[in-house]
Design a protein around this ligand. Structure first.
Ligand code: ATP
Length: 468
């Protein structure tokens, strides 16, 4: 199957089964926005919670945050985003449609890595590269990607604000607050999950490149006087990123690639960057990043605001500006990686099926509970009792009594439910041809192997606890 076909199938499954819908769909949509339905938000929450647990709850050196999306415009001047957060754009002279110059070069098998605006311009002219519609292109220019708004009743330059293009700055401007409230010792980190907005010229590839996105970011502050330990911490944070992808999300190792970014291609603030790329159905692309931002941001805010953002080392009685290492994760891209890695088509019991082999930790539901037959009240009653017990404990449990058992399995396979429980006459201990040893036990069917085991109802909570 072509990879592009897989992508189409994933998008269609997401819509049909209630994971992800096009934003504002009944009005024809709004490009670069997507709405998460009941199963999508369940998957997203699980990923966020695993991240928060690994990077905040399980550590003593991490401080959680939730900063406002709207910030004083001076923040974005100081951070360099007003002046520099831009993409190289080129316009089709006939249709006036705009394209990313670097993307057009890539489409023409030219690697834009390390090229300046002038370099791109020169190559486009020299090779006679045209727009996708075959028309001549204008000059390559910078285009600022921040979404601008005004705050308050008066529209004036003083009231300009921006929908934040990254969550990071919310942490830098609260650095002093956290230091004053908690007196943390270096190294320590601040962590935040939240929305960010980028006016991408060409949103595409489903939730991969969007205009309203979610980031999970950490600003980890280190002592710059010991560069050996800074390097060690950088490597440890990279290892933590990998553990999150492999152990928490269950992503396939062979699809994950470490990419060292060379100096020309790094963001203006970074002294060392390592991106992690993933084999998405449309190619190997950036999933998350790790950047050594040095003291760039704290210095910039200190100079612009006048606030003292230094750190005082009690043991050496020295005062200095800490350096910062930033692990950043795009939540939407993690969701897409998880979905595309899990998507399989195979055959089971002589029938072809679509199955999402999601790790039980991230799957929207841990299990589905059903009675063998819908029209038997005694089976319904027992199945509902099992369901209520599990629902109370895990939340992520669904009751499904539609159609026959085979159809229910297919439906649950398609949304990635790892286990299906069936309550039958053996469970009740009534009827002909029953196995008396199976009383008060249920059938638990495994999504990936189709294997069925008989488990005592009293043991179910332990059984699932061991698997999530
Ligand atoms: P790209 O090169 O793909 O535009 P970037 O290098 O600009 O990404 P960063 O500024 O490092 O990205 O942002 C941190 C993370 O936020 C990225 O690793 C990615 O996961 C996510 N991200 C950035 N832009 C988008 C977007 N438009 N849509 C979805 N996720 C995004």
């Amino acid at each position: 199957m072509e990879n592009r076909d897989i992508m189409e199938k994933i998008v269609s499954l997401c819509k049909r089964r209630g994971f992800i819908y096009q934003g504002s769909e009944i009005y024809g949509g709004l490009a670069g926005t997507w709405d998460y339905g009941p199963l999508g938000i369940a998957l997203k929450r699980n990923i966020e919670n695993l991240w928060w647990k690994r990077f905040v709850l399980d550590r003593e050196d991490m401080y959680g945050m939730d900063a406002a999306i709207l910030m004083n415009q001076e923040v974005w001047k100081a951070s360099g985003h007003v002046g520099g957060f831009s993409d190289p754009l080129v316009e089709d002279l006939k249709t006036q449609k705009r394209y990313r110059a670097d993307h057009l070069l890539e489409a023409n098998n030219i690697n834009p890595a390390g090229m300046t605006l002038a370099d791109m311009d020169a190559v486009i002219k020299e090779k006679g590269i045209t727009s996708p519609d075959g028309n001549q292109l204008g000059d390559v220019r910078q285009f600022n990607m921040m979404l601008k708004t005004t705050v308050g009743a008066v529209e004036s330059d003083d009231n300009i604000s921006y929908l934040r293009p990254e969550t990071a700055q919310g942490m830098f401007v609260n650095f002093k607050n956290v230091v004053d409230s908690f007196h943390p010792k270096l190294p320590f980190g601040m962590a935040q999950i939240g929305k960010a907005f980028r006016n991408e010229i060409a949103p595409r590839d489903f939730i991969f490149r969007v205009r309203e996105l979610e980031q999970m970011e950490i600003e980890y502050f280190v002592d710059p006087r010991d560069q050996e330990s800074v390097n060690k911490i950088f490597d440890e944070l990279f290892d933590d990123q990998m553990k999150f992808l492999k152990q928490d999300l269950g992503l396939s190792e062979h699809r994950i690639h470490k990419v060292d970014i060379d100096a020309n291609d790094r963001a203006h603030y970074s002294a060392r960057s390592v991106d992690t790329e993933f084999d998405f159905p449309f190619g190997q692309k950036e999933l998350l990043g790790l950047a050594y931002r040095t003291d760039y941001d704290l210095n910039a805010h200190m100079n612009a605001s006048g606030a003292d953002l230094t750190y005082f080392d009690e043991s050496t009685k020295e005062r200095f500006v800490p350096h910062c290492i930033e692990p950043t994760f795009g939540l939407g891209r993690l969701i897409l990686a998880t979905l595309s890695d899990a998507y399989h088509e195979d055959e089971m019991d002589g029938e072809s099926r679509v199955v999402l082999k999601l790790d039980p930790k991230v799957a929207p539901y841990i299990c589905a509970v059903s009675p063998l037959l819908k029209n038997r009240p005694e089976l319904q009653e027992k199945a509902r009792a099992v369901f209520t017990m599990l629902k109370k404990k895990f939340g992520r449990v669904i009751y499904d009594d539609n159609g026959n058992v085979g159809k229910r399995y297919r439906r649950q396979d398609e949304i990635g439910t790892p286990f299906c429980i069936v309550v039958d006459f053996d469970t009740l201990g009534t009827g002909d041809n029953i196995n008396p040893e199976w009383k008060d036990m249920v059938t638990v069917r495994d999504r990936d192997t189709g294997e069925q085991v008989r488990i005592a109802i009293d043991e179910l909570i332990n059984y699932f606890n061991d698997r999530i």
